[in-house]
Design a protein around this ligand. Structure first.
Ligand code: AMP
Ligand code: ZN
Length: 126
């Protein structure tokens, strides 16, 4: 057993110094935090697409929703974070979006739920 006791999987999911959202979670980059708990953090999107537009991220690093699904505990933590965020913002109707893959619009490769509210949303989405 070496020093840290981390497994390879722990290392992959530990704080990634090259990841923007890991650095926000670590407090190295400022963000307007609207909700925080042990497993998740929510902060306002820099380029809002609705009157309310927040990003909810797991504190641990996962690339996308498929990666997150490999760890049910972390997946539950993100869902709980979404629930806590919408409760603290008092939202009764909102849209959640997970862009997965660059071709689908993902630009930050630390899984995040977009939570949008405060305007009408079209269906099907654009
Ligand atoms: P996506 O394109 O689905 O990966 O979403 C990434 C989101 O992160 C975009 O909506 C960006 O506007 C947002 N974003 C990028 N940098 C920051 C930042 N420093 N603080 C808050 N939101 C950011
Ligand atoms: Zn990250």
């Amino acid at each position: 057993m070496t020093g840290t006791g981390l497994t390879a999987a722990d290392t992959v999911q530990a704080m990634n110094p090259d990841c923007l959202f890991c650095r926000i979670v670590a407090g190295e980059i400022p963000a307007t935090v609207v909700y925080s708990d042990d497993g998740a953090l929510a902060f306002t999107d820099l380029n809002p697409q609705a009157p309310t537009h927040v990003l909810v991220v797991p504190r641990r690093h996962f690339v996308d929703i498929g990666d997150l699904a490999t760890d049910p505990e972390a997946g539950s933590a993100l869902l709980a974070g979404i629930r806590g965020t919408v409760a603290s913002l008092g939202l009764s109707a909102y849209r959640t979006v997970f862009n997965t893959g660059a071709a689908a619009g993902q630009s930050v490769f630390h899984v995040h739920a977009h939570v949008l509210a405060g305007r009408r949303f079209e269906w099907p989405p654009g």
